[in-house]
Design a protein around this ligand. Structure first.
Ligand code: AMP
Ligand code: MG
Length: 491
């Protein structure tokens, strides 16, 4: 049996949507971390590969015989401005496998050297962003949020030149596909309706099979993709994730979170939270994410119009009607997520207000979002102490009255304390990749060659909902001087 049972449908079925591209060799590949569990899920048979053999493959120095390396073409609206040609400038798809659940998954190297789409870039990745993507994408998965996965991180032994000289790395990303809104835009912008149609058919077959049987398959594709985005953004909002660079080339049509560049997690609750150093106008601020998702989906809709109906006005009307369902869908999913955070089982009219009151209280007192929600569980201890939670807030009276309203609401569900507590503990992570911890791991690795903080952080975050007394320090919000207020792409 071959170690990499690739079956490369993108290469086979979508000629003209990609260009062949080989990884360039690096000097001294060293394995940083390999995700054995994921490799197993993917059906890779790597038992005979030692760390060096894995490093050679996942640095791009050795190619599996079945690999068919390619760079995908895509365009994208970056901060609202259209770039007709982006493409995989520092990523190469090695191939696709069918995983143990029968799902097709892409295995892609990030940082393996220049491709035909590299423009002026070096096609390389610095170690820091490689570690960040490993940490955050694996956490997202552990937290139950659809995301691309981390299979491997490798040090190249070469330097890359950014603002300063950095150690180079290669990251291996696994995705249910790398089809982006920008992939559709690339061909639509060229007026290549046939390519858009082939891509849409491929996307339906890979991600939205039910759409094939709809009266209007491409409209159904759009609606299904929109629904998944509404779910996704609601889920990531609920844990305080700020994507940071929701350009249309960074939105996967599959509904997985993709691209962990200048992403961050809110500490205290703040709808305007913005971390990305390259986002001067707050386009991708925390509370703007659903609006941007809808804006990006409008760009996807535009590419599908010619496929939906020969009568352009009719097609536009159809997609617009679907597009306009986004805010309501998002809000419904957001409320569903927030109800879980409060330990609620059913949906009742006053829930939105109850949730909003709590968020307002958190915002007023700049209270750590993750700590506060997790502390709610303690209020349901048999003794019924509200102390840990209440102690966070300045206005005791207001807090008590909110807690009373919340307890009454739980009672309406007929849930006992232990069950409500279980819902809360399963919905509110104790551990998130706090920005200062990510920064600490990157600094240790880049500046001292010390990868221990990175490994420890990945290990802690693998079980975000479990209390881990020995790792309690990772729950603690940053001290004022530790707070990270800006994140950088650093790619
Ligand atoms: P991103 O910031 O990851 O969304 O990337 C935007 C575009 O820039 C994509 O087309 C990338 O492939 C390209 N890009 C980013 N960094 C590099 C690099 N170091 N070399 C070549 N292309 C790059
Ligand atoms: Mg990107």
């Amino acid at each position: 049996m071959t170690a990499f049972p690739f079956d490369n449908s993108y290469a086979r079925d979508l000629e003209g949507l990609w260009l062949k591209s080989l990884p360039s060799c690096v000097s001294d590949p060293q394995l940083i971390r390999f995700n054995n569990e994921l490799a197993d899920e993917l059906g890779l048979a790597l038992a005979e590969f030692d760390d060096q053999a894995l490093a050679n493959i996942f640095a791009g120095n050795e190619l599996p015989a079945t690999a068919q390396p390619l760079a995908m073409a895509y365009a994208g609206h970056q901060f609202g401005h259209f770039s007709p040609q982006l493409g995989d400038g520092r990523a190469i798809l090695l191939g696709e496998v069918i995983d143990r659940n029968g799902m097709r998954r892409d295995i892609q190297l990030k940082g393996p050297g220049r491709t035909p789409f590299s423009r002026s870039g070096d096609g390389r990745a610095a170690l820091g962003p490689v570690l960040r993507e490993y940490i955050v994408s694996e956490f997202m998965h552990a937290a139950g949020i659809p995301a691309t996965r981390a299979l491997a991180a490798v040090l190249t032994g070469d330097e890359v030149y950014r603002e300063t000289v950095k150690p180079g790395g290669v990251f291996t990303r696994v995705a249910s596909s790398h089809i982006r809104v920008g992939t559709f835009q690339f061909f639509a912008a060229r007026g290549d309706v046939d390519a858009v149609k082939r891509l849409a058919n491929f996307t339906i077959a890979r991600h939205y099979r039910e759409a094939a049987h709809a009266e209007r398959p491409y409209l159904a594709l759009f609606e299904a993709a929109l629904e998944r985005q509404a779910q996704l953004i609601a889920k990531w909002t609920a844990i305080g994730f700020v994507h940071g660079v929701m350009n249309t080339d960074n939105m996967a049509v599959s509904g997985e979170t993709i691209d962990f560049g200048p992403c961050a997690f809110i500490d205290h609750y703040d709808p305007d939270a913005l971390f990305s150093s390259i986002d001067q106008n707050g386009r991708y601020a925390f509370s703007n994410q659903p609006l941007i998702a809808q804006w990006n989906l409008a760009r996807l809709a535009e590419t599908l119009v010619p496929l939906i109906d020969a009568d352009q006005d009719a097609a536009v009307k159809l997609v617009t009607d679907v597009l306009e369902t986004f805010p309501a869908r998002f809000e419904a999913h957001r409320l569903a997520e927030m109800r879980k955070k409060l330990g609620l089982k059913s949906a009742k009219d006053g829930d939105r207000a109850l949730i909003q009151q709590l968020l307002d209280m958190m915002q007023a007192d700049t209270i750590d979002y993750t700590v506060a929600f997790r502390a709610l569980a303690d209020c349901l201890e048999p003794g019924g102490q509200d102390s840990a939670f209440s102690a966070l807030f300045a206005d005791k009276e207001k807090t008590d009255s909110w807690l009373q309203a919340w307890r009454r609401r739980i009672a309406v569900d007929g849930t006992d304390g232990a069950s409500a507590k279980a819902i809360i503990l399963a919905a509110n992570p104790a551990y998130i990749p706090r920005n200062h911890r990510i920064e600490e791991a990157i600094r240790a690795a880049e500046d001292q060659g010390d990868l221990a903080p990175f490994h420890r952080l990945v290990d802690v975050l693998a079980k975000p909902f479990e209390d881990q007394p020995v790792n309690a320090a990772y729950q603690t919000p940053p001290l004022p001087e530790e707070r990270v207020t800006k994140t950088f792409c650093g790619t």
